[in-house]
Design a binder for this molecule. Structure first.
Ligand code: F6R
Length: 240
């Protein structure tokens, strides 16, 4: 596990954006795994700038980690909407090759199977980008999730609902379930980059990097992956 400690959020974002730029330049038809939330916001802004300077996204395939159950793609808090707003509309990605689970599918179990199959058909993920929850979740794989899980419907932990209520008008509006790629789906990616900033992530980062590998700390499973880089700012690294 490679841990890169940088000064602040901006440097973290530059570091991650550069890793993605290198991946896209080396292999324009890469399959990227993408995250939402506040951590990658500036990464996506930088990718938009790289595109203006010539970086070509047209051959990429992308898979997002998760989507809220019950939010349609045009809901402003849905992750499909987030991706359109923050990345897809800023670069020349082929929209038909951008995948986000459908949180309003009639048959959610079938949607999970379909999503996992799509990843397989695309040849697997070359580079997976992750954030981390304050409870050390990756994707929406909350503490206690078995390491063998693939894409499934998950119940969000109370702490996740509380953390994510900042994006909604009230905590009651935060969906209580999501479709999330599983731990096994994430671990199959060839390369993984996890980013974290701020003191609220310090305990999760310390447990993930230094603690025992346990389902109580979902991100600790990454210690078992052959190619993982954590890019963390000083505040998030403060308990390492
Ligand atoms: C988002 C996701 C989550 C977030 C995590 C951190 O698609 O899967 O695991 O990465 O909750 O969120 P932020 O970046 O908002 O602190």
């Amino acid at each position: 596990m490679n841990v890169v400690v940088v000064n602040n959020f901006d440097r973290m974002s530059e570091e991650v954006a550069k890793i993605m730029q290198t991946q896209i330049s080396r292999k324009p038809e890469s399959v990227l795994g993408l995250a939402t939330g506040s951590s990658p916001l500036c990464v996506y802004r930088l990718l938009g700038e790289y595109h203006e300077r010539g970086l070509d996204f047209s051959q990429l395939t992308t898979f997002n980690l998760d989507e809220y159950v019950g939010l349609a793609p045009d809901h402003p808090q849905s992750y499909r909407y987030y991706m359109e707003e923050n990345l897809f509309s800023k670069v020349n990605v082929n929209k038909a090759k951008t995948f986000v689970p459908n949180g309003v599918a009639e048959d959610l179990e079938e949607e999970c199977r379909r999503y996992e199959d799509l990843i397989k058909q695309a040849g697997g993920i070359d580079l997976q980008i992750l954030g981390i929850g304050t409870n050390a979740h990756i994707g929406f794989n909350e503490p206690g999730t078995e390491f063998g899980t693939i894409t499934q419907v998950v119940d969000l932990a109370p702490s996740t609902i509380a953390d994510n209520s900042r994006f909604f008008d009230s905590p009651e509006e935060v969906p209580t379930q999501a479709i999330s790629m599983g731990i096994k789906s994430i671990m199959k990616a060839k390369n993984i980059v996890l980013m974290a900033n701020g003191g609220s992530k310090a305990d999760a980062i310390a447990a993930a990097v230094k603690g025992p590998v346990t389902t109580k700390v979902p991100a600790s499973v990454l210690q078992l992956h052959p190619s993982v880089t954590f890019v963390v700012d000083q505040a998030a690294a403060s308990k390492l």
